[in-house]
Design a protein around this ligand. Structure first.
Ligand code: GH3
Ligand code: MG
Ligand code: MG
Ligand code: MG
Length: 294
């Protein structure tokens, strides 16, 4: 059942709307704007229904706050009100409400309008997800990485905990493609991506395809030593896939890994550390490949 947040100062109106909706949705009712805002920020709700005349705050102020915050911006808001004049309706829709319904409500129409908004929200989420996935390997793509590193960097900075960024790259992959063909190379990319993501599965971890046969990973909370050890395990797991190579040096498909760990301080710039990880990767390549340099 979709979770809906209902914000209405009137106990009578709130209860009667809740009774109408409860047959179809999981409804939470709040009687004031502050608790409504707190609930909205929990990230649990697919849609908000709100009144605009409330004693503690006018609904338009609440609507503006919801639109201003990244956590609540994408939740569709439907205004349900007894104000049926053009000015209020126009203002509500201009401020970001997706629909404006006047009381008394017709239950079937209210539900139909809610369902229309829920479908549109699902569609948007579906396309957003698609746009963030690498088509070949199924892991995160570069676009998603651009969002993720920002969130994870900010989180580590706020909490004062270690942040690690790591780049890994398949060894002598050109030879593989030249020997076995591009489609076989594509399968290798998928296997390497799957193996790495099977290790990097915590909510604080990230792994994505950076481009070509290069991947990028982020760990939050692990110190340098444990990050280094962790990527040694991943490197070994990739070698253990035992995908036969055709290089004179490498029997199996392997990766070289470069990484760095930092406890971010304000003024630090993420790109500096990405460059360090890249230079560590370069060192790994120059020092014989199939190794982790941290
Ligand atoms: P090194 O160990 O120094 O990384 O050598 P390398 O051969 O892996 O590096 P190089 O940059 O010379 O070649 C990378 C190869 O990766 C060349 C390219 O054909 C291949 N590649 C990049 N993207 C894809 C892809 O999407 N599919 C396949 N099959 N191959 C790809
Ligand atoms: Mg009211
Ligand atoms: Mg390579
Ligand atoms: Mg490369």
């Amino acid at each position: 059942m979709d979770k809906i947040l209902l914000i209405d100062d009137s106990i009578v109106v709130g209860d009667s709307l809740k009774a109408i909706l409860e047959t179809d949705y999981d409804v939470t009712l709040c009687h004031d704007a502050d608790s409504g805002l707190d609930h909205a920020m929990s990230g649990k709700y697919s849609l908000i229904l709100m009144d605009i005349i409330m004693p503690d705050v006018d609904g338009f102020t609440l609507l503006k706050k919801l639109q201003d915050m990244i956590l609540t911006r994408y939740i569709p808001v439907i205004i349900v009100t007894s104000l049926s004049d053009v000015q209020h309706e126009e203002e509500g829709l201009t401020l970001g409400a997706v629909d404006y319904i006047t009381k008394p409500v017709v239950p079937a129409i209210l539900k139909a309008r809610i369902n229309a908004q829920l479908r549109s929200f699902d569609r948007q989420m579906h396309y957003k997800k698609l746009a963030m996935v690498d088509e070949l390997t199924g892991i995160a793509n570069r676009r998603r990485y651009e969002e993720e590193w920002r969130m994870k960097w900010r989180e580590a900075l706020r909490l004062g905990i270690p942040f690690s960024v790591c780049i890994f790259d398949i060894d002598k992959f050109k030879i593989y493609n030249d020997s076995f063909g591009h489609p076989a190379g594509d399968k290798v990319l998928t296997s390497v991506a799957k193996t790495a993501s099977s290790f990097l599965h915590r909510a604080t971890d990230f792994v994505g395809r950076y481009g070509g046969e290069e991947f990028v990973a982020i760990l939050v909370g692990n110190d340098a030593q444990s990050s280094y050890e962790f990527f040694k395990i991943i490197r070994q797991a990739i070698e253990n896939l035992h995908i036969p190579h055709n290089s004179p040096v490498f029997q199996w498909i392997t990766v070289s890994v470069g990484g760095v760990t930092v406890i971010p301080k304000s003024g630090d710039v993420y790109e500096t550390y990405l460059k360090i990880a890249d230079s560590m990767l370069y060192t790994a390549k120059k020092s014989g490949r199939n190794m982790v340099v941290w």
